[in-house]
Design a binder for this molecule. Structure first.
Ligand code: FAD
Ligand code: UQ1
Length: 441
């Protein structure tokens, strides 16, 4: 039997709905708010916390379908058996700001000309200001054979990038006996571009610890023409791979997986006619990623690649003044990291409030990104850099060196900083600490 909701929308924006049964037409709920935040991940949650404490109860709606909020940077450590999946999430209801209203639904259509978003359940949300914070879409299905390979219980193929698959990584490492251990970096934008090689180094260390290293041929196949985009850290990483006998194939992308025979097909991106098939005993896949489909289908909102078309300095939309974006779904050309989200959160918040008050946005995002490049069970290179790929280091030491202190920071300091400060709108990145430590105040 079909349900019909006969709806009364009051002037104040409060809505009532009366449910009746028996006919086919559906009238959906209409919600109204000052600010709509689409996505309750790192960026959406942190800016919603700031805005809702400024604007007060009920002014901010967060549209977010997931029951769980994952601290994704922990996935790298789960893959290495250092943390468990249970450590990496909290109920969404516990992390979203209490002063905001959580709508447990997902954006199905953006209508920026009408200041509305339609949801998957058929509701309509009318907003004055919109913050798009939807993250990246993981496209495992773009590699034929990959989804099947990832469905094999206790299989040899794994991926740290999804909570669905991350537990497979350590299982596959433990099960490894002898052969090729292959790690991939896709031919697409990715979040945390250091993460595909962090698990390579952890795995290499694991093989040594478990006396299996002499049986393991460790290979990193990356679509990129470089090991890392910032030369200062790339130089250090080349020393790591050379010193630890890891083979790196640049401009090499995963094309297909053959789970029935434990083989994978790769392509040379510079000579597309050149492909090769290789056996694997362990295969860690970083999937191709893209902007979410729902954004890609809203042309006025996005660039040709589907990311939200914002000014890279102010993070305000280039055409719609009441629209902003934060985090991985934004077209700002920074590396996509939670550290960037932290630095962006204050810029977005201040600029949104300026525009609400009839002023121009003046805060500027410098492109800050950070990647704690874990190189084993007790070492880490802390990469930090800006839009120009110049190092922008917080600590007054050479951060391109592998350090135990940075490993402890990644493992023990970052999670509470994320849960207690960032998500409550209280962490704007290390900019201030950097200035203090470099005596630049
Ligand atoms: P997310 O945090 O991904 O949140 C997006 C939210 O949008 C999700 O809650 C999702 O459910 C929601 N959403 C999606 N579609 C819709 C829809 N249609 N409607 C409504 N809501 C929707 N960063 C670091 O700084 N340091 C690290 O060490 C690090 N390591 C990483 C390691 C791994 C393996 C991974 C996967 C990521 C890592 N990152 C790291 C990157 C970091 O996690 C992301 O950059 C960060 O989470 C981006 O925040 P976001 O808010 O843009 O997106
Ligand atoms: C950071 O701010 C951040 O976001 C909360 C991360 O994600 C978990 C990071 O990995 C890093 C390194 C930073 C930057 C913080 C410092 C203290 C350098």
């Amino acid at each position: 039997m079909n349900a019909v909701r006969i709806q009364v929308v009051l002037r104040s924006g409060v809505h009532n709905s009366i449910r009746a049964f028996g006919t086919t037409s559906v009238t959906n709920d209409i919600h109204r708010c000052k600010v709509l935040v689409v996505g309750g991940g790192a960026g959406g949650c942190s800016v919603a916390a700031k805005l809702s404490s400024k604007l007060g109860q009920g002014k901010v709606i967060i549209l977010e379908p997931s029951e769980r909020h994952y601290y994704q940077p922990m996935f790298t450590l789960i893959g290495g058996g250092i943390k468990s999946l249970e450590d990496s999430f909290r109920p969404m209801s516990k992390v979203l700001p209490a002063l905001a209203k959580w709508l447990k639904d997902s954006a199905a259509k953006f209508e920026p000309e009408k200041n509305t978003v339609l949801t998957a359940n058929g509701d309509k949300i009318e907003y004055e200001f919109l913050l798009v914070a939807m993250g990246l879409q993981l496209n495992y299905d773009k590699i034929p054979g990959l989804v099947d390979a990832l469905a094999i219980p206790k299989g040899k193929v794994c991926s740290n990038y999804s909570p669905k698959y991350v537990n497979r990584t350590f299982e596959a490492l433990k099960a490894f006996r002898t052969g090729n251990a292959i790690f991939t970096f896709p031919n697409s934008p990715v979040k945390c571009p250091g993460a595909p090689q962090k698990i390579l180094y952890i795995a290499e260390h694991y093989m040594r610890k478990s006396k299996k290293r002499q049986n393991a041929n460790m290979v990193y196949n990356t679509s990129l023409p470089v090991l890392f985009g910032v030369k200062h850290y790339a130089d250090a990483l080349w020393k790591v791979v050379e010193g630890r006998n890891i083979k790196v194939n640049l401009r090499t992308t995963l094309v297909e997986v053959y789970p029935e025979r434990n083989q994978a097909l790769f392509q040379n991106l510079d000579k597309p006619e050149e492909t090769f098939t290789t056996d694997y005993e362990f295969l860690h896949v970083t999937p191709p990623m893209s902007a979410p489909d729902v954004l890609k289908s809203c042309e006025p909102l996005v660039t040709e690649t589907g990311f939200v078309d914002v000014n890279k300095d102010t993070l305000q939309h280039v055409r719609f003044e009441n629209v902003f974006a934060i985090g991985d779904c934004s077209a700002s050309p920074n590396s996509k990291t939670a550290a960037s989200v932290a630095a962006q959160s204050q810029v977005v918040y201040k600029n949104m409030v300026s525009v609400m008050n009839g002023h121009k946005p003046t805060r500027v995002f410098d492109g800050y990104a950070s990647c704690p490049l874990v190189t084993g069970y007790n070492s880490c290179i802390l990469a930090e850099f800006d839009y120009n790929l110049n190092p922008l280091e917080t600590f007054p030491v050479d951060q391109s060196k592998e350090r135990y202190s940075m490993f402890l920071m990644k493992k023990d300091v970052m999670p509470p900083l994320y849960w207690h400060l960032l998500l409550n709108g209280l962490w704007n990145g290390p900019g201030l600490a950097r200035k203090l430590m470099h005596f630049k105040l």
